[in-house]
Design a binder for this molecule. Structure first.
Ligand code: FE2
Length: 138
């Protein structure tokens, strides 16, 4: 069972970015499954490592496209990204890292991220980029 089922309404309309968002959702579901099987602690390190890379690569990708096409919400969006990067860092630094409890906290955090960031904030650049760059911009 997945904790987040991808829905079309989550799409920004930019295929490459939607694929990256889907990869994050897959990680959240993977973590959720592991927690249900009491293996949250086991996958925690692997997911945190993936997230650190993901935040850098994916956020740079979004910011590059917003900058290239002159999206007016870029600065505001960058601040939100910086906060998310900081949150991932904070979770990594927790002394309780490697526990089931932390795995559950990370799950809640990621779920909130998908719902608040992807569904609300990222959707703002969607129609703008689509009209300027097309759905298949890389
Ligand atoms: Fe974003």
């Amino acid at each position: 069972m997945a904790v987040i089922a991808w829905k079309e309404v989550y799409e920004t309309g930019i295929v490459a970015l939607d694929n990256e968002h889907k990869a994050l959702v897959a990680e959240v579901n993977h973590l959720y499954e592991a927690i249900r099987e009491k293996r949250g602690e086991e996958v925690l390190g692997e997911i945190l490592t993936m997230l650190q890379k993901y935040t850098v690569d994916h956020f740079q990708h979004e910011e590059k496209l917003m900058a290239e096409y002159g999206f007016s919400g870029l600065e505001e969006h960058k601040e939100v990204h910086a906060d998310l990067i900081q949150s991932v860092e904070d979770i990594k630094q927790r002394p309780s890292s490697g526990t089931e409890k932390l795995a559950r906290e990370l799950m809640q955090f990621l779920r909130g991220w998908v719902m608040a960031h992807i569904v609300e904030i990222d959707k703002k650049y969607g129609p703008f980029l689509e009209s300027r760059a097309g759905r298949f911009v890389e």
